[in-house]
Write a protein that binds this ligand. Structure first.
Ligand code: PLP
Length: 356
């Protein structure tokens, strides 16, 4: 593990006073963690410094060829005031897998985890207290060679920034409406769908904007080849409850292997639900909602935790799922998962990393 130097900020920012208005992704803390990579030398200069702008040459490769990947994990405050992380090692391991696909260097996960811990400890007063709030942690890696030409870069920057957040959606656990995209696709097998690379999100923005114009909060992506099978939502994996059976699309290379997805599948099994990972046709989902077999739909992801879906629109047909409230399966999984994350429920699977 690399040594990590710490340079404290001389002037601290004003912290948000109203935790009910934190929102998501707009406020950043006093410090950030940085680490550089150079081919032949490896990762070096691990450091925590005051949060500040980067100065990058306009020819920096990330701006042109998009070697950029990120992660998202959270720090939670327990009722006793202590702080804990949820499976951060899994995020860093996934980042190394994203890096490999993008021709970027494998992350020094040990130093990154230590940097993450030290950064959160230094900025710990920024972790909010109110129910449902947390400190969102955004590790990022970008290519920093200065040259034009499509090649794997020789220089990279890894950094972590922190963002105190409230609920991902303005309306909390209220079911959201989702637009099933049947023109554009997000990812194909052999592509980068399983990575958290910036380009996946760039490719999704137009469809998201169109869905929003039509009054839906997110896009549900179908497979990129036949546009028949359910893949996932913008930043969430999808699950469907058939009574006590939970069905989710199997990981196939184009779906992001969510840590929340995996945690929910494990917890669901432990809570006595049957879980099935399979290829799931959107036509069957629609038929099963209409026949009443499919009782709940919800998304899973770090940012939104569990987000019930109350309406699906596909090829102009609107389907209502449930009665406008979160269903019992999603509620049980939400309570159990957030219970573990906030230290209210026993962590039988050893997912929590306590900081203080
Ligand atoms: C981040 C993300 C998810 C959820 O992953 P978690 O590890 O549960 O946060 C799902 N789908 C996409 C496309 C994502 O970017």
């Amino acid at each position: 593990m690399l040594p990590i130097s710490i340079t404290r900020s001389e002037t601290l920012k004003q912290k948000p006073t109203d935790e009910s208005k934190l929102g998501f992704g707009r406020i950043f803390t006093d410090h950030m963690f940085l680490m550089d990579y150079e081919l032949g030398r490896g990762w070096h200069d691990a450091r925590i410094v005051p949060y500040a702008n980067f100065s990058l040459d306009p020819a920096t490769t990330v701006f042109h060829y998009g070697q950029a990947i990120f992660e998202g994990t959270k720090c939670y405050r327990r009722a006793d005031g202590g702080l804990q992380l949820f499976r951060p090692q899994d995020n860093l391991a996934r980042m190394s897998r994203s890096a490999a696909r993008m021709g970027m260097p494998e992350l020094d996960e040990e130093t990154a985890l230590e940097g993450l811990r030290k950064l959160v400890e230094l900025d710990q007063d920024w972790v909010p207290h109110q129910d449902g709030t947390s400190l969102y942690i955004r590790p990022t890696m970008i290519a920093t060679d200065v040259m034009l030409g499509v090649h794997a870069a020789h220089h990279y920057l890894f950094y972590i920034i922190l963002d105190p957040v409230g609920s991902y959606y303005k309306d909390g656990l209220k079911p959201v409406g989702i637009y099933v995209e049947d023109e554009y696709v997000r990812a194909v097998r052999g592509g980068t769908g399983f990575t958290k690379c910036a380009g996946n999100y760039a490719a999704s923005i137009l469809a998201g904007a169109i869905a929003e114009q039509k009054g839906f909060s997110q896009v549900l992506w179908l497979d990129g080849v036949e546009q028949k099978y359910v893949e996932e939502v913008g930043s969430m994996n999808m699950m469907f409850a058939y009574g006590n059976k939970i069905v989710t699309p199997a990981l196939n290379g184009s779906i992001l292997p969510g840590i929340t997805r995996q945690s929910v599948l494990t917890l669901a099994g432990q809570l006595g639900y049957e879980t099935v990972e399979t290829k799931l046709a959107i036509a069957d989902v629609f038929a099963d909602v209409k026949s009443g077999k499919l009782t709940e739909a919800f998304g899973t992801g770090t940012a939104a935790v569990i987000s019930p879906v109350g309406e699906l629109c596909w090829k102009g047909e609107n389907l209502v799922i449930g009665d406008g409230k979160i269903g019992p399966v999603a509620q049980k999984l939400y309570d159990t998962l957030t219970g573990i994350q906030y230290g209210r429920v026993e962590d039988k699977n050893h997912w929590v990393l306590k900081l203080t």
